[in-house]
Ligand binder design. Structure first.
Ligand code: UD1
Length: 417
């Protein structure tokens, strides 16, 4: 087990550079195997979710060349092997191989994906989409067999604007015969990044980033290049840390428009920040105002920042209300924040946070990736030493978090126990 140890109450000052987006790169890698030439992905974050996908590429006989921040994928000798549960359950995004292998071979055999335990996380919308494109699906225990004589374009309405289903269906439809419309599509910035790669590979996709995506199927895809967009959730997490501890803390290499809702909330709370092109400068504020946060699909307040912002709300003067509308099990951090001295009353997907409360160091556990980020944030402002167990969750999505925080003055380390 990995354990993060933090001595709290150190001011953060200097620069943190934001890496490539986790939720983009985890879809770009599977999408790349559809090309008959080499695909070069740059600004690749050094996170363990990416490593898990590269293991799957190895199984599928895909050649990968790596240098710092760059991976080059050559799927010329791609083999359609069953992706075993031990690999598929390492992360959620393994399900993008369903769409990619279905597009290339019209047949996929793989197990249910893994990922954070933040809800029941069904994949019915992905599967319904594949069925609309002409696939037949059989499920035995947790293994899926998805086959199609041919994939054809279809009009697909998503009951919920699911990120994963939008991307997976877009990937599969890229090589279907005819035109596909995905309606009520998710609009996350990452979706446009994936569509850009597919278009660079020769796909004909329009409307990515809007509610309706149109895909005209093509027969073949060729090699291409893409740069991963900056991670808006990593940026948001460090912005929240800067609001609590910043002394001219600069978060750079981000796209402020992708964090506009968070920045609006921070403004409402009275956080001291200045925006300058692709960076934001933060200074600690003492008189934070409480606010209400409701997570909703993009471009609303991101569910992935719901846990980190809870820590900021513990420091506001008064009562804040928090509503999580996407995931049914995203309150894993509450018990531990309360152990550290917070005053949070949570029931199901709602929480009432009363502040300000001084936090103190405790031994606590990261239950999932973003809960882990919230606990790191709490540890940074707590009196004394905070020990976070199961820190592997955090490394799945925050590249070099220890190095980045240490470089701006945090007293933080990671140990193997
Ligand atoms: C992605 C992100 C995750 C983020 C989430 C919502 C990745 C790798 N992960 O997850 O960080 O928290 O978007 O912004 O990009 N749903 C169904 N059926 C389906 C698919 C989803 O009912 O087939 C439901 C889910 O249970 C959930 C909601 O739709 O309640 C949103 O899920 P979705 O947008 O698909 O999230 P992910 O793509 O898994």
């Amino acid at each position: 087990m990995k354990r993060i140890i933090i001595e709290g109450n150190h001011t953060l000052s200097g620069k943190i550079k934001i890496g490539g987006a986790k939720n983009s790169v985890v879809a770009l890698i599977p999408a790349a195997i559809m090309a008959s030439g080499k695909v070069k992905i740059s600004n690749v974050p050094n996170i363990s979710d990416k490593d898990a996908l590269l293991e799957i590429l190895k199984l599928l006989n895909v050649t990968v060349k790596r240098s710092t921040g760059i991976i080059e994928i050559d799927a010329c000798n791609l083999e359609n092997k069953i992706i075993p549960e031990s690999l598929s359950n390492k992360l959620r995004a393994s399900y993008y191989f369903m769409g990619a292998l279905l597009a290339r071979f019209k047949r996929v055999e793989m197990y249910f994906p893994g990922g954070c335990n933040i809800g029941s996380r069904p994949i019915d919308l992905h599967l319904k989409g594949f069925e609309s494109l002409g696939a037949k699906i059989t499920k035995e225990n947790s293994k899926y067999l998805i086959v199609a004589d041919e994939l054809h374009g279809a009009d697909i309405f998503l009951d919920f604007a699911s990120v994963g289903a939008t991307i997976n269906i877009m990937i599969a439809a890229t090589m279907a015969k005819g035109t596909t419309h995905i309606m009520n599509a998710a609009r996350e910035a990452e979706i446009s990044n994936i569509a850009d790669l597919l278009n660079n590979m020769g796909a004909k996709i329009s409307g990515a980033g809007t509610e309706q995506i149109t895909i005209e199927g093509v027969e073949e895809l060729h090699g291409a290049e893409i740069k991963v967009i900056p991670d808006r959730i990593e940026a948001g997490t460090y912005i929240i840390m800067g609001a609590l501890l910043g002394d001219n803390l600069v978060i750079e290499g981000m796209i402020p428009e992708h964090n506009i809702v968070l920045l609006n909330k921070l403004q409402e709370m009275g956080v001291n920040f200045k925006l300058q092109n692709h960076k934001i400068i933060l200074n600690k504020t003492n008189n934070l105002k409480p606010t209400n946060v409701r997570t909703v699909v993009y471009p609303g307040f991101p569910t992935d920042l719901g846990q980190p912002i809870a820590v900021l709300l513990t420091q506001a003067n008064g009562i804040s209300l928090f509503d999580e509308t996407i995931w049914e099990n995203r309150m894993g951090h509450v018990k531990y924040l309360n152990k550290m001295g917070a005053n949070i009353v949570a029931e199901r997907q709602h929480a009432q946070i009363t502040g300000p409360t001084k936090l103190h160091g405790e031994e606590i556990t990261a239950t999932d990736l973003r809960a882990g980020a919230a606990l790191v944030t709490a540890g940074l402002i707590a009196d004394g030493i905070t020990i976070i167990n199961d820190a592997e969750h955090i490394l799945r999505g925050y590249e070099r978090i220890i190095a980045k925080l240490s470089s701006v003055g945090a007293n933080i380390k990671i140990v193997e126990v």
